[in-house]
Design a protein around this ligand. Structure first.
Ligand code: ATP
Length: 260
């Protein structure tokens, strides 16, 4: 499936005000996108549309070749991996890390009466190993550090082998070491040909993992620039998006930005 998201003229109106304004966006399965923009720009709202959690007020949204409004979203959502701080708050703190990841197979957050199969447990253990969490499988989620909890959320979101992976600020609140460790893992995952299309919201260009390919810049609900990182993540476009003079630099695929 080469095309996984196709938004045409998508707007979301709240209290009479557009919080997304005529957004047109196409995502192919081999692309890894980052969404950047100031507070309140509409980044999370845009992510919720492509997560099939929110319908546009106008325009059309096709996700995994299904049109929102004409598809049962409960069939679509298991194919979409999603991790955000709001979702993390729903995870039971007294559940083991293995169960937090494994329960994603049944779209629940804690173990109840579901019958798990050996294959679920094996897959959860493999995903934990991929995200360097295997040594924490039996710990309870609430006892983990912030960085470990973020990795568990991501492991949970890839447990179902999604066709589209969406992460809302995965590196927020992490210390330098935990951030760099996470960016290495995210970058490694992004560079694998078998990984799904990937979209990550962040506040900082420093948090763009090596291996990401495209950027969507948003301000006031509107797209200010979008395209390959090398073409769209420019000082000029960041200056327009954030409304102050910004200079961006790139070294070996990592970006940094500062006001000038
Ligand atoms: N249900 C709602 N009703 C009214 N306004 C809303 C609603 N949801 C979001 N908004 C507003 O829409 C705008 C965009 O919100 P959104 O959370 O998408 O922005 P964001 O770019 O993710 O912001 P941040 O970087 O601060 O997380 C904000 O001004 C927010 O207050």
């Amino acid at each position: 499936m080469p095309n996984v998201v196709q938004l045409s003229d998508v707007s979301v109106i709240r209290d009479g005000k557009p919080i997304l304004d005529s957004v047109t966006w196409s995502i192919d399965d081999d692309q890894r996108w980052v969404i950047l923009g100031p507070n309140g720009a509409g980044k999370t709202t845009l992510l919720q549309i492509i997560a099939a959690m929110l319908h546009p007020t106008s325009g059309t949204a096709e996700i995994l070749e299904e049109r929102l409004g004409a598809v049962d979203v409960f069939e679509l959502r298991p194919m979409i991996g999603f991790a955000s701080t709001a979702m993390a708050r729903k995870l039971p703190r007294n559940e083991t890390v293995l169960n937090v990841v494994m329960t994603a197979a049944y779209s629940v957050t804690g173990r109840w009466n579901e019958e798990y199969e050996e294959i679920d447990s094996r897959r959860a253990q493999r995903v934990l190993a991929e995200w360097k969490l295997d040594h924490l499988a039996d710990r309870t989620f609430g006892t983990l550090s912030d960085g470990e909890q973020k990795r568990v959320q991501i492991a949970r979101s890839v447990m179902t082998d999604p066709e589209l992976l969406l992460l809302d600020e995965p590196a927020a609140s992490l210390d330098l070491g935990a951030r760099e460790e996470l960016l290495q893992l995210l970058g490694g995952y992004a560079r694998e040909a078998t990984s799904p299309a990937f979209v990550m919201v962040t506040h900082h260009v420093e948090e763009i993992p090596v291996g990401f390919t495209h950027v969507m810049l948003l301000a006031d609900g509107k797209v200010t620039a979008s395209g390959p990182l090398s073409e769209a993540l420019t000082s000029e476009n960041l200056t327009e998006t954030f409304g102050l003079p910004i200079e961006v630099t790139e070294i070996d695929g990592r970006y940094a930005a500062r006001a000038v």
